[in-house]
Design a protein around this ligand. Structure first.
Ligand SMILES: Nc1ncnc2c1ncn2[C@@H]1O[C@H](COP(=O)(O)OP(=O)(O)O)[C@@H](O)[C@H]1O
Ligand SMILES: [Mg+2]
Length: 478
């Protein structure tokens, strides 16, 4: 049950104040305060829904009080009764921004009606904001559902993810398995690797996909705010809590909650989260009642949680509760095959979005993309491609001239295979060896000189690769 709305009446003479108090207190909590400073102090300390002022008292500047109230607490509805000159009317509208004005011959029934309409309006606008958020989520569910139907026909994809590297294929197979369960999922990976995209994919592929997926970033939030966001609060639970708030967990009942940057949660809040995971119920701030909610939890973190546990920064018992499935997304630089498919996919996507006719990416650009280490991962690749398309005139390939300077500056010297196959005085053996050396050098750069991976890519043994590196005198440039 909601507590009654809280109203201050101010500037009414004794008789009027008594009548108003008697009538309005049937439905609302009323206080009569005539001292402006005191009214402002109460506005600061309580969640006041409505301020009703009267201009009748000479020594009391109702307009100035309403103006101050607007500046400090715009969420409190302001009503005015009495007599106003032309100038005062302008001030009431422009500065105090009152909700409505009643002239001197007001009656109590008019005031009752006005107050109830104003409060109803306030409640409606709060609900409107809340429902708009829900609607946006529901629309998301609908489009994802269509994507799911499309993807069901193609089991080499997972939701909206584009990939062709074996590591991503293994990861997405695990994500598909996770989707069919209710177990919590912990997704770890550098920023921009697609943690949120995977979380959304898991939700869409789960039985919960007709219920909301609510996303919350836990980074940089006080415990109080986080508690109120996730578990909700009652009106007046703390300064600024002007109405009840349904937390994210109760709002996502039946659906999924995705908590990003989980490592940023304080030790105290980790305990609250653990309690929720153990008991499946939340207690809004300022409330003594618990609400049961059935949500599936997906968390994400851009560093391995294990490392934080060993430093004593993350509770081990909470980790086990979150770690039903663990998905570790490799950084983009470690899946060069994905760079190519993603780059082509993103060029086609943004060319349509920006209404440009683009023929594709030049091989020079692709070579640099393969060399670059992409600290911002797919998000950075997206931004680079968006920018390149935006500056492209259309009708051509995207070439190196539109690359960002730091990517354009990468040296592809060892990387560019000499495509001139004429012998130019060399023997066939020498020429073949030259090409072999370049292919190996190219693979080594791509794998950042990780010899095991390079050997695997080239189909050589590690010893075989080491021999060739020695024979061709290849060395890392960095
Ligand atoms: N495999 C992928 N296929 C297509 N788009 C991707 C892929 N991985 C990431 N993205 C895109 O890259 C951006 C960053 O992804 P996001 O899920 O927000 O990453 P993170 O949460 O790890 O920071 C998003 O625009 C997302 O759509
Ligand atoms: Mg993210």
């Amino acid at each position: 049950m909601n507590s009654p709305s809280f109203i201050i009446i101010s500037g009414f003479n004794g008789k009027d104040a008594v009548i108003l108090n008697r009538c309005l207190s049937k439905h609302y909590q009323i206080v009569a305060i005539n001292e402006p400073a005191e009214v402002l102090a109460v506005l600061d300390s309580e969640a006041v829904d409505l301020l009703l002022c009267n201009t009748a008292t000479k020594e009391f500047d109702a307009l100035e009080l309403l103006h101050q109230a607007r500046k400090n607490h715009p969420e409190t509805i302001r009503l005015l009764v009495g007599h106003l000159s032309h100038e005062e009317t302008k001030k009431a509208i422009n500065e105090a921004a009152i909700y409505q004005f009643l002239s001197n011959d007001w009656s109590i029934s008019q005031i009752e009606l006005l107050v109830s309409r104003a409060l109803e309006n306030k409640e409606l606008s709060y609900r409107h904001r809340h429902l708009s958020r829900e609607l946006k989520i529901a629309e998301d569910v609908l489009t994802k559902h269509q994507v799911k139907q499309h993807n069901d026909q193609n089991d080499t994809r997972f939701d909206k993810l584009i990939y062709c590297s074996p590591s991503m294929a293994t990861l997405c197979n695990l994500a598909k398995k996770a989707s069919s369960t209710n177990l919590p999922v912990l997704i770890q990976g550098e920023t921009g690797t697609g943690k949120e995209l995977i979380a959304r994919g898991i939700h869409q592929n789960s039985d919960r996909n007709q219920q909301p997926l609510l996303v919350h970033n836990c980074g940089g939030m006080s415990d109080e705010l986080l508690h109120s966001e996730l578990f909700g609060h009652k009106r007046g639970a703390f300064t600024g809590a002007i109405s009840d708030r349904l937390g994210l967990f109760p709002a996502a009942d039946g659906g999924t909650v995705f908590l990003d940057e989980i490592a940023d949660v304080s030790p105290t809040f980790q305990v609250s989260l653990l309690r929720f995971l153990q008991e499946g119920e939340v207690k809004p701030l300022g409330s003594d009642q618990v609400i049961e909610c059935n949500v599936r939890i997906i968390t994400a973190c851009n560093q391995p949680l294990n490392a934080l546990i060993s430093k004593g920064l993350f509770r081990e018992d909470l980790f086990y509760r979150l770690n039903g499935f663990q998905l570790n997304i490799p950084p983009l630089r470690k899946r060069s095959k994905d760079i190519e498919v993603l780059a082509n996919f993103l060029v086609a996507k943004f060319a349509v979005e920006f209404n440009r006719k683009i023929l594709g990416i030049s091989s020079g650009v692709m070579e640099k993309f393969m060399l670059y280490h992409w600290p911002g991962n797919v998000r950075e690749l997206e931004n680079e491609i968006k920018r390149m398309i935006a500056i492209n005139d259309g009708g051509t390939f995207i070439t190196e001239t539109s690359l960002s300077p730091h990517i354009a500056a990468l040296k592809t010297k060892v990387n560019s295979v000499n495509r001139d196959l004429s012998l130019n005085g060399q023997t066939l053996k020498q020429k073949v060896e030259e090409i072999e050396a370049k292919i190996i050098a190219d693979a080594l750069v791509r794998q950042r000189w990780n010899q095991s991976k390079t050997a695997a890519e080239l189909g050589l043994s590690r010893v075989g690769l080491a021999n060739k590196i020695k024979r061709y005198e290849l060395a890392s440039e960095v």
